[in-house]
Ligand binder design. Structure first.
Ligand SMILES: [Zn+2]
Ligand SMILES: [Zn+2]
Length: 275
């Protein structure tokens, strides 16, 4: 096994009993990396055999709430369970520091309580924020992470990531419509994880705020076209909008199949692939 990908949360912002929020685990070269930290991320990490203290880094694709709402749980649980000070590196787009400052402010009472209670705990959460621009953002011992601009306007800037190790590559696209940055990341990748939307279903919802989401997400067909252009091996559909009804997975896959001949995985929480 060279790279393992686990879809921790495949949900969209609408709460669902079976789908946690946006988050994907990638393990490669002895490292454990989390991409986005949506609703219930720590529960799904535990299900994948990972505690926050085991994370080497967190990468954020963008700062929409459904992708970061449980980052505070990752930060506090990593801190409280660390036997000694351990820095959690959080990579993200510009303004990630602003979000982290707010998160730290929210945690002030909790940090005070725990420092007062535990004699051996003499430090607060150790978080290093790295606001990244497109290019290689991580390069260590054969493991590379490359970031590229995606298009989720008016949310900007947003980032997609490509993890490379031992000749294999995995792309974590986040929320985006097809764009040059995404094509750059996908070129020849073994796995491409894309958040997707069914515009045929969303258009039927009598609520403009919901219909607006069509503007800035890849449809299933667009994701499949991006996969085909890049010559990727496997397309993983995640963060499906709207929440798929029971027994409808085949419909989603059939839409992608019209444009992409490779493997297609319809994501459910904890679906995984190892390459
Ligand atoms: Zn978003
Ligand atoms: Zn989203």
């Amino acid at each position: 096994m060279t790279i393992e990908v686990v879809l921790l949360g495949t949900g969209n912002p609408l709460p669902d009993r079976d789908r946690a929020g946006a988050a994907t685990l990638v393990r490669a070269g002895g490292r454990t990396m989390l991409f986005d930290a949506g609703r219930a991320v720590c529960m799904r990490l535990a299900a994948a055999g990972v505690l926050p203290v085991m994370l080497d880094a967190v990468f954020l694709t963008h700062l929409h709430s459904d992708h970061i709402c449980d980052l505070n749980d990752v930060v506090t649980t990593q801190w409280v369970m660390s036997p000694m000070p351990k820095t959690l590196r959080v990579f993200g787009p510009p303004r990630t520091s602003e979000v982290m400052d707010g998160l730290r402010a929210m945690l002030v009472p909790d940090v005070e309580y725990r420092l007062a209670h535990h004699a051996d705990l003499t430090w607060g959460p150790q978080v290093e924020v790295i606001e990244v621009s497109p290019g290689v953002v991580f390069d260590d011992d054969g493991l590379r992470v490359i970031a590229a601009r995606t298009d989720h306007r008016p949310v900007e800037p947003t980032l997609g990531y490509r993890v490379e190790f031992d000749g294999k590559a995995v792309v974590l696209a986040g929320d985006t419509v097809p764009c040059a940055g995404l094509d750059h990341l996908c070129r020849g990748a073994d796995v491409y994880v894309q958040t997707v939307l069914r515009d045929d279903l969303v258009r039927m919802v009598p609520m403009q705020r919901f219909v607006d989401t069509i503007d800035y997400h890849s449809t299933v067909e667009q994701a499949a076209q991006t996969a085909a252009r890049g010559g990727v091996g496997t397309l993983m559909l995640t963060h499906q909008i709207p929440t798929p009804g029971p027994g409808t997975a085949d419909e989603w896959v059939a839409l992608a199949r019209q444009h992409f001949a490779g493997d297609i995985i319809f994501g459910a929480d904890l679906a995984s692939i190892s390459i």
